[in-house]
Ligand binder design. Sequence first.
Ligand code: BTN
Length: 239
Amino acid sequence: MSELIILDEVTSTNDYLRENASKLPSGSAVTALVQTAGRGRRGHLWNSDGGALPLSILLKNPPEPSVVPLCAGVAVCGAISALSDNCPFVGIKWPNDIIIDSRKVCGILCESARIGDDLCVICGIGVNISQERDLFEKAGLPDAGSLRTLIGITPERNALARDIVRRLLDIKSFSEVYEEYKGRCVNIGREVRLIYNKEERTAFAEDITESGALLCRDKSGHFEVNSGEVSVRGLFGYI
Ligand code: BTN
């Protein structure tokens, strides 16, 4: 594993890796104390002024680019679970929100870019470390939580970052972590709302396919949902 690059402030750790990808080896990772123009999925902002851990990992020509976000979810769950022998169950809301006690404690945004001859996947991970509950409420994020409020631990940021990177780089294929992913996926066996760009559909989430799609069924039969095209919620709330 390359050295973790630690910055005081950055616009977005994903942008930092994209701008520097041509001179960095695959497996490079960067974190920053402050992130001023961080991005979340579906155009959300994801800034941090020190209460969170923004982390990005550069993967050049990964063999299975489409499942990197799911593998990253497993890596984050492992790193959080290892913080304490008494850590509560760390789940994954498909495809890659990390959940403790029905609250989102980490989000993942993977972006791809062709840089020179390489297909680069930049895996951006934002872990909520120490924010208090009222901060999320004021920010309009009632379903979010931090490690401090959810498990009573405020981990050392860079140690947690290094453990996440090590775990992600150790995963060689999705099949290796497929059973663990399914065991952690909080949607399986539940009714879900599938929210597309303009329409919404209710279905029963049955399983995860070997390629990482959410296998659902409704009265018209079985169908697969791919990440990127949809956001998933529970029938009556976040999960
Ligand atoms: C989400 O849940 O919407 C995904 C959030 C991803 C945030 C991380 S923080 C590190 C990296 N840099 C960014 O600009 N975004 C990701």
